[in-house]
Design a protein around this ligand. Sequence first.
Ligand code: ZN
Length: 464
Amino acid sequence: MKWHFLGGADTVTGSRHLLELDGARILFDCGLFQGRRKEANDFNRHLEFNPLAVDAMVLSHAHVDHCGNVPTLARNGYRNPIHATSATCDLLPIMLRDSAHIQEADAAYLNQKTNRRGLPPVVPLYTLADAEAALRLSRPHAYGAPLALPGGVVAVHVDAGHILGAALARLEIPRPGGGAPLRVALVFDLGRHNLPLLQNPVQIRDVDVLICESTYGDRLHDNALNAREELRLAIVRALGRGGKVLIPTFALGRAQEVVYHLAQLRERGEIPAVPVYLDSPMANAISRVFEKHPGYLDEESNDLRNRVGSVVAPPWLTFSATVDESKAITASKTPAIVLAASGMCEHGRILHHLKHGIENEKNLVLLVGYQALNTLGRRLQNGEKYVRIFGDEFAVKAEIQALRSFSAHADRKELFGYVRDAKPRKVFLVHGEQNQRESFARMLRDQLRLEVALPVNGDVVDLS
Ligand SMILES: [Zn+2]
């Protein structure tokens, strides 16, 4: 009964785990590693196992660091089922086709240079055809439905409270010598209580082994319940001086959360009824998946839906599909709220809105997500006075505000509570930078007297 930590163990992206039993191999997640080009390329192209020898795959959720390398499996011949919740299965086509498009465009861009130098062509990591082959393997199921996997393994997915459709898994693995099965909890991306739209994470209890993320193992977030009020104050201030509110946002999750908060605020008349734009075709498509799965959403959002219709695509929200529509929003000087991808201002339509709006002191740029190092979003968050957009320098005259109550990941306190109540015998901390993992491991050892291991990518452990 071997567990292979193949990716996302001592890194926060590229989640990839393989369970190896006598006669069965089950893969859990196959995410994209995002980092420096060479390192990412090496990791993502080399799977470290034979995809043809994998009997089944279980996917936790639709973030690309968990699902984004599934097309590489298909490209290398994998044709067995990919099990995920029905909402995840509906998000996958949007995420994987977009990722395939990026891979193909990236290779085409590099080939312009390699062609000139007479070098061999760069082959994309995977293509749209590989993504389509992977999508044909997805098998949707509901939270709580026992999933019979090869080797006699039974998995049950429960709500992770992280993004739409995200699941934690409780596994029962038959022991080689018989007796009670080994109980394992997989906590890959634990969400938070009181996130907008989503249900709270479901506690898995009484397990032998817990394999747990630790992204924020050393940090505390502001209360998620503060988000709406912080948003209200910021919007009222900027619109009051005649400015625009520009919100860089991830297309999956954060865009729908912000629109939902706006729906609550508008219904109560707490913000002015200015035009609101969601300038992201991908976010638009994802909002339609939310619409299709009201059963995954929380009671508060269902109450509002009963009163106002859609909570992620309300009638006052304008989805802009074409580039011309996007340009018209950019050119308009009237107060408005504009949401656009990408969330860290690295690419996408938000760059055009920033280019035309960042030098106007009436405007507000509202950062509602994590801003990684070396991104434009992080430079704005750090208060830099001048930034480069499309190669030109712009003075940052607009107000910049970062709201820290938005996060889809459990913080140190929430992770601790989850581990404590799962009552494991042994914990493996994954999916965190080393200092986050070490700090959280110390807390678990000191306060819960738990055996805690910090595996690195490539480690293999015997679970039995
Ligand atoms: Zn995630």
